[in-house]
Write a protein that binds this ligand. Structure first.
Ligand code: DQA
Length: 151
Protein backbone atom coordinates (compact mmCIF):
# COMPACT_ATOMS: atom_id res chain seq x y z
CA UNK A 1 0.00 0.00 0.00
CA UNK A 2 1.53 3.34 -1.13
CA UNK A 3 1.31 6.39 1.12
CA UNK A 4 -0.33 8.48 -1.64
CA UNK A 5 -1.61 8.21 -5.21
CA UNK A 6 -0.76 10.49 -8.10
CA UNK A 7 -2.48 10.92 -11.45
CA UNK A 8 0.03 11.47 -14.27
CA UNK A 9 -2.03 12.99 -17.05
CA UNK A 10 -0.92 13.52 -20.65
CA UNK A 11 -2.62 15.65 -23.27
CA UNK A 12 -2.97 15.51 -27.06
CA UNK A 13 -0.38 14.01 -29.39
CA UNK A 14 1.73 12.64 -26.54
CA UNK A 15 0.59 9.16 -27.65
CA UNK A 16 2.94 9.75 -30.62
CA UNK A 17 6.04 10.18 -28.46
CA UNK A 18 9.06 8.45 -29.93
CA UNK A 19 7.96 9.10 -33.50
CA UNK A 20 6.74 12.69 -33.13
CA UNK A 21 9.45 15.30 -33.82
CA UNK A 22 12.13 13.22 -32.04
CA UNK A 23 14.63 16.09 -32.21
CA UNK A 24 12.30 18.04 -29.89
CA UNK A 25 10.65 15.30 -27.83
CA UNK A 26 13.25 12.50 -27.90
CA UNK A 27 13.10 8.82 -28.79
CA UNK A 28 11.23 7.44 -25.78
CA UNK A 29 7.64 6.31 -26.31
CA UNK A 30 4.75 7.11 -23.97
CA UNK A 31 4.95 3.50 -22.72
CA UNK A 32 8.62 4.13 -21.81
CA UNK A 33 7.55 7.27 -19.91
CA UNK A 34 4.80 5.32 -18.12
CA UNK A 35 7.36 2.67 -17.12
CA UNK A 36 9.74 5.35 -15.78
CA UNK A 37 6.89 6.89 -13.78
CA UNK A 38 5.87 3.52 -12.31
CA UNK A 39 9.50 2.78 -11.36
CA UNK A 40 9.77 6.21 -9.71
CA UNK A 41 6.43 5.55 -7.98
CA UNK A 42 7.76 2.30 -6.48
CA UNK A 43 10.90 4.05 -5.23
CA UNK A 44 8.91 6.99 -3.80
CA UNK A 45 6.06 4.87 -2.42
CA UNK A 46 3.49 6.54 -4.70
CA UNK A 47 0.75 4.69 -6.59
CA UNK A 48 0.81 5.98 -10.18
CA UNK A 49 -2.25 6.25 -12.42
CA UNK A 50 -0.78 7.11 -15.85
CA UNK A 51 -3.19 8.30 -18.57
CA UNK A 52 -3.25 10.05 -21.95
CA UNK A 53 -6.05 11.47 -24.05
CA UNK A 54 -6.32 13.61 -27.15
CA UNK A 55 -9.71 14.91 -25.97
CA UNK A 56 -10.06 17.94 -23.71
CA UNK A 57 -13.36 16.69 -22.20
CA UNK A 58 -11.77 13.33 -21.31
CA UNK A 59 -8.87 15.03 -19.52
CA UNK A 60 -11.38 17.17 -17.60
CA UNK A 61 -13.55 14.16 -16.67
CA UNK A 62 -10.46 12.33 -15.35
CA UNK A 63 -9.50 15.41 -13.31
CA UNK A 64 -12.98 15.46 -11.78
CA UNK A 65 -12.63 11.77 -10.87
CA UNK A 66 -9.22 12.48 -9.35
CA UNK A 67 -10.90 14.75 -6.82
CA UNK A 68 -12.04 11.59 -4.99
CA UNK A 69 -9.25 9.18 -5.84
CA UNK A 70 -5.86 10.97 -6.08
CA UNK A 71 -3.67 13.03 -3.77
CA UNK A 72 -1.77 14.94 -6.46
CA UNK A 73 -1.65 15.61 -10.20
CA UNK A 74 1.35 15.64 -12.54
CA UNK A 75 0.13 16.98 -15.87
CA UNK A 76 1.63 17.53 -19.28
CA UNK A 77 -1.35 19.27 -20.91
CA UNK A 78 0.56 19.43 -24.23
CA UNK A 79 -1.05 21.97 -26.62
CA UNK A 80 -3.95 22.54 -24.18
CA UNK A 81 -1.39 24.26 -21.93
CA UNK A 82 -1.60 27.26 -24.21
CA UNK A 83 -5.33 27.24 -24.96
CA UNK A 84 -7.42 25.63 -22.23
CA UNK A 85 -9.02 27.76 -19.55
CA UNK A 86 -11.25 24.70 -18.96
CA UNK A 87 -8.35 22.47 -17.90
CA UNK A 88 -6.94 25.21 -15.65
CA UNK A 89 -10.42 25.61 -14.09
CA UNK A 90 -10.70 21.85 -13.51
CA UNK A 91 -7.30 21.82 -11.80
CA UNK A 92 -8.39 24.72 -9.56
CA UNK A 93 -11.70 23.03 -8.77
CA UNK A 94 -10.18 19.77 -7.54
CA UNK A 95 -7.82 21.59 -5.14
CA UNK A 96 -4.97 19.04 -5.19
CA UNK A 97 -1.28 19.84 -5.64
CA UNK A 98 -0.44 20.13 -9.35
CA UNK A 99 2.94 19.94 -11.07
CA UNK A 100 3.06 20.94 -14.75
CA UNK A 101 5.57 19.14 -16.95
CA UNK A 102 6.80 19.85 -20.47
CA UNK A 103 9.35 17.65 -22.17
CA UNK A 104 10.69 20.54 -24.25
CA UNK A 105 11.68 23.98 -23.01
CA UNK A 106 8.55 25.84 -24.12
CA UNK A 107 10.27 29.20 -23.51
CA UNK A 108 12.91 28.44 -26.13
CA UNK A 109 10.25 27.72 -28.76
CA UNK A 110 7.56 29.67 -30.66
CA UNK A 111 6.08 32.61 -28.73
CA UNK A 112 2.58 31.01 -28.66
CA UNK A 113 4.05 28.32 -26.39
CA UNK A 114 5.38 30.84 -23.86
CA UNK A 115 2.06 31.32 -22.09
CA UNK A 116 0.52 28.56 -19.97
CA UNK A 117 -2.97 28.74 -18.44
CA UNK A 118 -1.97 25.86 -16.17
CA UNK A 119 1.09 27.46 -14.54
CA UNK A 120 -1.08 29.85 -12.50
CA UNK A 121 -2.68 26.88 -10.73
CA UNK A 122 0.46 24.72 -10.45
CA UNK A 123 2.76 24.41 -7.44
CA UNK A 124 5.70 23.89 -9.79
CA UNK A 125 6.57 23.83 -13.48
CA UNK A 126 9.28 21.61 -14.98
CA UNK A 127 10.21 22.09 -18.62
CA UNK A 128 13.13 21.32 -20.86
CA UNK A 129 14.33 18.28 -18.86
CA UNK A 130 13.09 15.78 -21.44
CA UNK A 131 11.08 12.82 -20.14
CA UNK A 132 13.17 12.95 -16.94
CA UNK A 133 10.89 15.90 -16.07
CA UNK A 134 8.15 13.40 -15.13
CA UNK A 135 10.47 11.69 -12.63
CA UNK A 136 11.58 15.05 -11.21
CA UNK A 137 7.92 16.05 -10.85
CA UNK A 138 7.11 12.83 -8.97
CA UNK A 139 10.08 13.37 -6.65
CA UNK A 140 8.83 16.86 -5.86
CA UNK A 141 5.23 15.63 -5.51
CA UNK A 142 6.36 13.03 -2.95
CA UNK A 143 7.96 15.85 -0.89
CA UNK A 144 4.84 18.02 -1.15
CA UNK A 145 2.53 15.17 -0.12
CA UNK A 146 4.81 14.10 2.76
CA UNK A 147 4.88 17.66 4.07
CA UNK A 148 1.05 17.68 3.91
CA UNK A 149 1.17 14.37 5.86
CA UNK A 150 -1.12 12.64 3.37
CA UNK A 151 -2.05 9.20 4.70
C1 DQA B 1 4.73 19.99 -24.70
C2 DQA B 1 4.95 21.40 -25.25
C3 DQA B 1 3.68 21.93 -25.90
O1 DQA B 1 3.89 23.25 -26.40
C4 DQA B 1 3.29 21.04 -27.06
O2 DQA B 1 2.09 21.47 -27.64
C5 DQA B 1 3.24 19.60 -26.70
C6 DQA B 1 4.23 19.05 -25.78
C7 DQA B 1 6.04 19.38 -24.15
O3 DQA B 1 5.94 18.37 -23.46
O4 DQA B 1 7.13 19.88 -24.42
O5 DQA B 1 2.42 18.86 -27.24
O6 DQA B 1 3.80 20.05 -23.63
Amino acid sequence: MSFASVLVLNGPNLNLLGTREPTIYGAETLDDVARRCREAGERLDLAIDFRQSNAEHQLIDWLHEARETQHGIVINPAAYTHTSVAIADALSAIAKPVIEVHISNIHKRESFRHHSYVSAVAEAVICGCGTQGYVLALERMAEILKSKKVK
